[in-house]
Design a protein around this ligand. Structure first.
Ligand code: PMP
Length: 462
C-alpha cells in the first residue's frame, strides 16, 4: 500500500479521517463519533453542518465567489464591516480590514500601529510590546510579538526583537503574590518596561484578553486591563486586543475585553468569526487610528489575494446573524458556567489537577505532577498530548495548550465546545474527560484524589 504523503501535526501519529460533522459531533470515515470539545480550538463555535450558514454560502456562491479587492468591494463585505462596527463599540467607529487567518489579522494590526505613528511623522515608534505566555500567530511578524518560546526558538534570528512583559497568570504569579494584595504588579510591569525601552520606541501593546493556546486559558484579574489601558494612554501607546480566540461570543460576551469594559484601538479577529465555515479574519481599526492614515497615505500597507473575499464575508455575516437570532452569547454564558462547575465538581480532587479556570465556553484545565507545589511535568507537553490522544480514542476532541512546552507555565488543555452544546452533552464530555484523566493519572503512578471508578460507585449508590 502506498503511504500517505500528507504532512500532519505529528508525523508518527495516526489521525482519523473526518467524514462529516453534525451539531457538536464529528464522524470519521469508519463511522466513529467524536464530541468536538475544542471546536478546532474555539473555531467551530456554532457546531457543524449549520443549515443557515451553508444556505447563505450557497446563495453567495451562486452570485459570485471571488472579486479582487483592488477592483471591487462586495455587498457581504460591506455589510459585515458595518455589523462589526456596531458590535465592537457604540461610541466610536471601527473600520474593518479583512484577511484570512488570525496571524494575518495580528500582523496587520502590528503594521497599522506602526503606520499610525509614521503618518504623523514619527518613524521611531516601531516596536510592539507583548507578554510572555502568549500566542499571536505563526507568521514571522506575529511570532515576533508572541511570547511563545517553543514556537519561536527555531526562527529567533529572523524575528524582530520585540520586548515582552510578565503575563497576568495568577495561578503561577511571577511575583509570588496573591490577588488583590499583589496590587496588580503584572500591570505595573507594563509601565516599567515602557520606561526601560522608552515610549518613543513603542508603537503598541498587544494582548489576548484571555490567554489561549500558550497558557491554557488564563483569565487576568479584575482591574488589570483598566490599569494597562490607562498606562498605554499615558505613554501614547496603542492598545491592540488579539481577540482571535476570545472574540465573537466565545467567553460569554461578544468580545473578551467587554468583561472589563475596556476598548482597544485595534482589534484582531479570526477563528470564530466565520465559525470554521470559511477562512476569515479581520483587523478592526478605530477612527482615532484611521484618521491620520486617511489623511496621509489613505491606505493600509497590507493586503492579500483573498482579503475581503465575498464568499468568506457571506459566511461570517451569516454567523453573526445566527448568533444574534439565537441569543447564543447568553447561551455561552449559561453553558460555560455549567461546564466549569461540572468540571470542578468532578475533576478538582484528582491529584493531577492543578487548576480549572475560564470564562464562558473557553475553559482550561492545568495538570501538575505535584499539586502542593504546583509542579508541572516539564516533559515537553508529553502528558498533555497523552491526554488529548486518549480522549480522541474515547471520542472526545480537546485542544493541547502548549503551556508545558513554554517553560513558563504548566501543562494544560483547552475545552471549548460549540455554543449550542446541551446539558446532557456537557455531562457526556465531562464523563469522558474524567475517565481519561483518571486513567492517565493512574498510568503516571499519581495517587490521591477521587478516581472515576470511585465516582461511578458513588453515583450508583445514590
Ligand atoms: N492569535 C491567537 C490568540 C490565536 O489563538 C491564534 C491561533 N491559535 C492566532 C492568533 C493565529 O491564528 P491563525 O492560526 O488563524 O493564524
Amino acid at each position: 500500500m502506498k503511504r500517505s504523503l500528507l504532512i500532519k501535526p505529528t508525523m508518527n501519529e495516526q489521525y482519523p479521517t473526518v467524514s462529516y460533522g453534525k451539531g457538536i459531533y464529528l464522524y470519521d470515515n469508519k463511522g466513529k463519533r467524536y464530541i468536538d470539545g475544542s471546536s478546532g480550538a474555539v473555531t467551530a463555535s456554532l457546531g457543524h453542518g449549520v443549515y443557515e450558514i451553508i444556505k447563505s454560502m450557497q446563495n453567495q456562491a451562486n452570485k459570485v465567489s471571488f472579486v479582487y479587492r483592488s477592483q471591487f468591494t462586495s455587498e457581504p463585505a460591506e455589510r459585515l464591516a458595518e455589523k462589526l462596527n456596531k458590535l465592537v463599540d457604540a461610541d466610536e467607529d471601527y473600520w474593518s480590514f479583512f484577511v484570512n487567518s488570525g496571524s494575518e489579522a495580528t500582523e496587520t494590526a502590528m503594521k497599522v500601529a506602526i503606520q499610525y505613528w509614521q503618518e504623523q511623522g514619527n518613524f521611531k515608534k516601531q516596536r510592539i510590546l507583548s507578554r510572555w505566555v502568549s500566542y499571536h500567530g505563526i507568521t514571522l511578524g506575529a511570532l515576533s510579538m508572541s511570547g511563545h518560546i517553543n514556537r519561536r526558538e527555531r526562527f529567533v534570528s529572523l524575528l524582530e526583537d520585540y520586548p515582552s512583559v510578565t503575563a497576568p497568570y495568577c495561578y503561577r504569579c511571577s511575583f509570588d503574590k496573591t490577588y488583590p494584595t499583589c496590587q496588580l504588579m503584572c500591570a505595573h510591569e507594563v509601565e516599567a518596561a515602557i520606561k526601560r525601552i522608552g515610549a518613543d520606541h513603542i508603537a503598541g501593546f498587544i494582548a489576548e484578553p484571555i490567554i489561549g493556546a500558550a497558557g491554557g486559558v488564563i483569565v487576568p484579574p479584575d482591574g488589570y486591563y483598566q490599569k494597562v489601558r490607562e498606562i498605554c494612554d499615558r505613554y501614547n501607546i496603542l492598545f491592540i486586543a488579539d481577540e482571535v480566540m476570545t472574540g465573537i461570543g466565545r467567553t460569554g460576551k461578544m468580545f473578551g475585553l467587554d468583561h472589563w469594559g475596556v476598548k482597544a484601538d485595534i482589534v484582531a479577529l479570526g477563528k470564530g468569526m466565520s465559525a470554521g465555515f470559511t477562512p476569515m479574519a479581520a483587523t478592526l481599526v478605530s477612527e482615532k487610528v484611521m484618521k491620520p492614515i486617511l489623511e496621509g497615505s489613505n491606505s493600509i500597507m497590507s493586503g492579500h489575494t483573498y482579503s475581503a473575499n465575498p464568499q468568506s464575508a457571506a459566511s461570517a455575516l451569516a454567523v453573526l446573524e445566527y448568533i444574534e437570532n439565537n441569543n447564543l452569547v447568553d447561551k455561552v454564558k449559561e453553558n460555560g458556567t455549567y461546564l466549569l462547575k461540572r468540571l470542578k465538581e468532578e475533576l478538582s480532587n484528582l491529584e493531577i489537577i492543578g487548576d480549572i479556570r475560564g470564562k464562558g465556553l473557553m475553559i482550561g484545565v492545568e495538570f501538575v505532577s505535584d499539586k502542593n507545589i504546583k509542579q508541572s511535568f516539564h516533559n515537553n507537553g508529553a502528558v498533555t498530548n497523552k491526554i488529548v490522544k486518549k480522549a480522541r480514542e474515547k471520542g472526545l476532541l480537546i485542544y493541547p495548550s502548549s503551556a508545558g512546552q513554554d517553560g513558563v507555565g504548566g501543562d494544560a488543555i483547552i475545552i471549548s465546545p460549540p455554543f449550542i452544546i446541551l446539558k446532557e452533552e456537557i455531562e457526556e464530555l465531562v464523563s469522558i474527560l474524567m475517565e481519561v484523566v483518571s486513567d492517565i493519572q493512574k498510568e503516571l503512578g499519581l495517587t490521591g484524589g477521587t478516581d472515576h471508578e470511585a465516582i461511578n460507585v458513588q453515583k450508583e449508590d445514590k
